[in-house]
Design a protein around this ligand. Structure first.
Ligand SMILES: Cc1cc2nc3c(=O)[nH]c(=O)nc-3n(C[C@H](O)[C@H](O)[C@H](O)COP(=O)(O)O)c2cc1C
Length: 499
C-alpha cells in the first residue's frame, strides 16, 4: 500500500469527503460522520488534520480498529509530508472575557474548599470539557436538589466529650480506607487532563482512598489497572486504595459478559452496575454546545433521538449529550441479575437507586450494596437527592441498612456532609465533580488536595459533633425534618404503595 501525501489528506476536509490521520495513518471517515456518537461536527473540525491527540482524549487508539468501517483505512502517511496536513487552532479555554475567569490557575493552596476547584478548572480546561463536566439534566433542578439537600439536614452536636483524637477510617466491602469517601466513577477523563484516569488514581493511591472506575473511561480497564498497580508499587504496597468497577451493561449479552470477564481478570474489587441510565438524560448544556459546533461547520443539528435509544453495537465511551450506540441497555431488568451473578462472584452494587421500593428489591435480589444516586443530576429531571432516598429507606425499609452496604452520591461538597450521610446510616459516600475539577486544574496534586480538604472538614466536624470514631454516628445526631416533611408518603392521593 502506497504512502499518502499530507497535502492530499488536507484537501479532504468537508462532509462530502472527510479524511483524518490517526496514529500516522490516513482514514476516510466520510461514511462514519453520521454514526459518530460524539456527533459529526467534532470530526469535521478535525478533517484533513492529524487528529491523533484529539482522539486520544476520548478513546483508546484500539477504537480505530473496533469502530471505523473496515474500508476506512487508506494507508500510512508519508512522514516527510506531515507538515502539509491541515492545521487547526488548538482549543484552549475561552478567553477570560468569555468566561468571566482569569486564565491563570491560582496556586493549589488557594483551594480551601472543594468548590474552589471548579473556577480553577474552568480557567484552564477546554470549554467543551468544562461543559461536559458541569452539565446536568434538563433545567438543572436535579443537580440543584442534590446541592441544596445537604444543607437541609442539620447537626445536633454533643459537647464535653474529649475529642482530642479522631479516627476517620471506614471499610468498603472489607477494604479499609482512611476516610469514608471515595472517587465516583466519571467517564472520559482524558478530556479533563492529559494524564486521564491514571493521573486521577495516582492521587487516590497517594491518599489511600478508594475509587470506582467508569466503563466509559478514556483509557482501557487494563491500562487503568496497570498504571494503578505501578503507582501502588512506587508506594511499596503501603496504600490501602482499591479500585472498583462501574459497569454500564452493553446491549449485546456476549459483549456484556466479555467486559465482565476483563474486569474480573484485571482484579477490580466490585461491580457497581449503573441502573439509572436506561437511556442518556437530556444534557442541556451539551446540546447547546453541539448545536453551536454543528452550525460552525455548516451542518444543522441532527435529530438526537436515534443516538439516545441504545442500539446493536459495542460498548464505547460517551461524551457530550449523546451516548455511543449499544453502550446502554434500555432492556435491563431485575432478572438480569441472575446471569450477572453467575459471571461475577464479587460484591455487586446497584448504582442509581432512587426509591425505597427498589432498595428493598436490591436486597431481595441478593445485591451486596446500593448506591443512592441520581447520577449527579445528569439523568432524570427533578429526581430525588440521595439524602431524600435515604430518608425513605430509613422510614419504610430500614432493614436494608442492616443487610446492605449503602452508599450515597450527588452534590456532596463538604466533609461535614459525609458525616450527615453516615449518621443516617450510609457506609460511605462518593464525590464526583470536585475531584474532576481538581484533576483538570492541578492533576493528581489537585486530587490529593481535594482529599485533604474533605478529610480536614470531616475531622473538625467529628470533633464539633462530639464523636471520635465513625461508629459513633447515630441518626439522633442530625435533624432531617425538613426533608421528611417533603418525603413521599405511601398513601399519597389515597393510593396504596406496594411497599
Ligand atoms: C463528568 C461526569 C461523568 C460521569 N460519568 C459517569 C459514568 O461514566 N458512569 C456512572 O455511573 N456515573 C457517571 N457519573 C456520575 C457520577 O458517578 C456520580 O454519580 C456523580 O458525579 C455524583 O455527583 P457529584 O458530581 O455532584 O459529586 C458522571 C458524572 C460526571 C460529573
Amino acid at each position: 500500500m502506497g504512502r499518502i501525501d499530507g497535502a492530499e489528506v488536507a484537501r479532504h476536509n468537508s462532509k462530502k469527503s472527510c479524511w483524518i490521520v490517526l496514529d500516522s495513518k490516513a482514514y476516510d471517515v466520510t461514511s462514519f460522520l453520521g454514526e459518530h456518537p460524539g456527533g459529526a461536527p467534532i470530526i469535521l473540525r478535525n478533517a484533513g488534520t492529524d487528529a491523533t491527540e484529539e482522539f486520544k482524549k476520548y478513546h483508546p487508539l484500539d477504537y480505530i480498529r473496533d469502530y471505523l468501517p473496515s474500508d476506512a483505512f487508506l494507508g500510512p502517511v508519508d512522514p516527510s509530508t506531515f507538515g502539509q496536513l491541515r492545521q487547526i487552532k488548538d482549543e484552549k479555554a475561552k478567553k477570560s472575557s468569555e468566561t468571566d475567569n482569569a486564565n491563570e490557575v491560582p496556586h493549589v493552596s488557594m483551594c480551601v474548599a472543594t468548590t474552589d476547584f471548579e473556577q480553577a478548572a474552568k480557567a484552564v480546561m477546554p470549554h467543551k470539557s468544562y461543559i461536559y463536566a458541569s452539565t446536568s439534566a434538563n433545567t438543572g433542578l436535579s443537580l440543584k436538589g442534590n446541592l441544596d439537600d445537604w444543607g437541609r439536614v442539620s447537626f445536633r452536636p454533643r459537647v464535653m466529650r474529649n475529642v482530642g483524637d479522631v479516627d476517620t477510617r471506614r471499610k468498603i466491602f472489607g477494604h479499609e480506607s482512611p476516610y469514608p469517601f471515595y472517587i465516583s466513577p466519571m467517564g472520559t477523563m482524558g478530556a479533563i487532563h492529559q494524564g486521564a484516569e491514571p493521573e486521577m488514581y495516582k492521587g487516590a493511591v497517594r491518599k489511600g482512598i478508594h475509587a470506582v472506575v467508569s466503563t466509559a473511561s478514556t483509557k482501557s480497564s487494563e491500562q487503568i489497572m496497570q498504571s494503578f498497580v505501578e503507582e501502588q508499587e512506587k508506594m511499596n504496597g503501603a496504600s490501602p486504595t482499591r479500585l472498583f468497577y462501574q459497569y454500564y451493561m452493553p446491549v449485546d449479552r456476549k459483549k456484556a459478559i466479555d467486559l465482565m470477564r476483563i474486569v474480573k481478570r484485571c482484579g477490580y474489587k466490585g461491580l457497581w452496575i449503573t441502573v439509572d441510565t436506561s437511556v442518556l438524560g437530556k444534557r442541556t448544556a451539551d446540546r447547546y454546545l453541539q448545536a453551536e459546533e454543528a452550525l460552525a461547520v455548516g451542518i444543522e443539528e441532527e435529530s438526537a433521538s436515534s443516538w439516545e435509544a441504545g442500539n446493536e453495537n459495542a460498548f464505547a465511551p460517551a461524551m457530550g449529550g449523546r451516548v455511543a450506540q449499544g453502550q446502554l441497555s434500555p432492556h435491563t431488568t431485575w432478572e438480569d441479575l441472575a446471569w450477572i451473578r453467575k459471571e461475577w462472584d464479587g460484591p455487586i452494587v446497584l448504582k442509581g437507586i432512587q426509591c425505597a421500593e427498589d432498595a428493598k428489591l436490591a436486597m431481595e435480589y441478593g445485591c451486596d450494596g446500593i448506591l443512592l444516586s441520581n447520577h449527579g443530576g445528569r439523568q432524570l429531571h427533578t429526581a430525588p437527592s440521595a439524602l431524600m432516598t435515604l430518608c425513605e429507606i430509613r422510614t419504610y425499609c430500614p432493614e436494608v441498612l442492616k443487610k446492605l452496604e449503602v452508599f450515597l452520591d450527588g452534590g456532596l461538597r463538604d466533609g461535614n456532609d459525609v458525616l450527615k450521610a453516615l449518621c443516617l446510616g450510609a457506609t460511605a459516600v462518593g464525590v464526583g465533580r470536585p475531584f474532576l475539577y481538581a484533576l483538570g486544574a492541578y492533576g493528581s496534586k489537585g486530587v490529593e488536595r481535594c482529599v485533604d480538604i474533605l478529610a480536614e472538614e470531616l475531622q473538625t466536624g467529628m470533633r464539633l459533633l462530639g464523636i471520635t470514631t465513625l461508629d459513633q454516628c447515630r441518626p439522633d445526631m442530625v435533624s432531617a425534618s425538613r426533608l421528611l416533611n417533603e418525603m413521599w408518603r405511601p398513601d399519597q392521593f389515597g393510593v396504596k404503595s406496594k411497599l
